[in-house]
Design a protein around this ligand. Structure first.
Ligand code: BTN
Length: 330
């Protein structure tokens, strides 16, 4: 057994017990000497695990470090194929860039790239995504057998899974701002940047990159009226690995529903029930003009249906326009 596997086993045993486990018992279960157990415990302590040791009682796990590596994420999820391969980096430029590199190689469908911080995080429309430690930054590599025009809907599936995740782990009323921002109390809490490698006839891969503001305590002057974090909304620090695991489980299920139908018909109703723009007047801003129309909901392809004053309806494609509420961001 490798050293890492041994450490994971020790943590698993201490977690399961939730109490003191004697050094002798650990030696017996792992088939190693007391000195070896002590060495692995020391490594774990250096990694941030708080493990107390008391004479005649043994070792007890008091607290785990807040890290989003495979070991911690997989503990919170039961997926069939998504996130079975997790590439973890303490720091990287952008998890999307790394996932695309893996996509060019032979990484499997459902590979996830996670980083504690990004030095060149990318947002939509060429913006940067500020990525300090304490939040979630990850990208999912997908290799769907879809027609190229179906690819855009994957982002909406991710937005739905994200909104449901934020509600489940933090108890917040998370909504979707079409097509794929997740908002809480009118402020943005998650962003999604999808990048794809698409040939004329087929999709080579899709990378869905997600940033969740989890434990961020403040935002810049420019962003503070538009952005928020789970911590700022609840006053409670969140377990990021749990949020990630929860997302991957939800996304796998929703994505399979989408793949089966080949469109969003099985998810449209749920998506629309969380759509913050639904039934509201929105400003549709494109290069030529700004129009004010009533948002009705998405159709099966993920287009936003808007209604003109005369009752005529129009379908708006994401990427073509920017949708804003009448009074600010949402
Ligand atoms: C947006 O502008 O709303 C999209 C933000 C997407 C940020 C995430 S963080 C993980 C992944 N890696 C990146 O460089 N960007 C995405």
């Amino acid at each position: 057994m490798t050293g890492r596997k041994m450490e994971e086993q020790i943590i698993e045993l201490l977690r399961q017990r939730g109490d003191y486990v004697s050094g002798q018992e650990l030696c017996g279960m792992l088939g190693v000497s007391r000195t070896a157990v002590w060495k692995h415990i020391s490594i774990l302590r250096e990694e941030g695990y708080e493990i107390t040791s008391v004479q005649n009682r043994g070792y007890c796990l008091m607290e785990e470090p807040d890290v989003t590596d495979a070991f911690h994420i997989q503990r919170y999820m039961e997926t069939k194929w998504l996130g079975r391969q997790i590439c973890y980096e303490k720091e990287t430029g952008s998890t999307n860039t790394l996932a695309k590199r893996l996509g060019e190689q032979d990484a499997v469908d459902g590979t996830v790239v996670v980083a504690e911080r990004q030095t060149a995080g990318k947002g939509r429309r060429g913006h940067a995504w500020f990525s300090p430690e304490g939040n979630c930054y990850f990208s999912v590599l997908l290799r769907p057998q879809l027609r190229t025009e179906q690819a855009a809907s994957v982002t909406l599936v991710a937005a739905l899974a994200l909104a449901q995740t934020v509600t489940e782990v933090a108890g917040l009323d998370a909504r979707i701002k079409w097509p794929n921002d997740v908002v809480v109390n009118g402020k943005k809490l998650c962003g999604i940047l999808t990048e794809s490698s698409i040939e004329p006839e087929f999709i080579n891969y899709i990378v869905v990159g997600i940033g969740i503001n989890v434990n961020q305590t403040e935002f810049s002057e420019e962003l503070k009226d538009k952005a928020t974090s789970i911590f700022l909304e609840t006053g409670v620090k969140q377990d990021r690995a749990k949020a990630l695991g929860c997302f991957l489980e939800k996304f796998e299920a929703l994505y399979e529903t989408f793949l089966e139908a080949g469109d969003l018909s099985g998810l449209r109703e749920t998506y629309n029930s969380l759509l913050v723009n639904c039934g509201k007047e929105v400003r549709i801003v494109d290069r030529e003009a700004e129009r004010r129309l009533l948002a009705v909901g998405i159709d099966d392809s993920g287009r936003l249906i808007v209604e003109h004053e005369n009752g005529e309806r129009e379908a708006i494609l994401s990427g073509e326009v920017s949708v804003r509420g009448l009074y600010g961001y949402v």
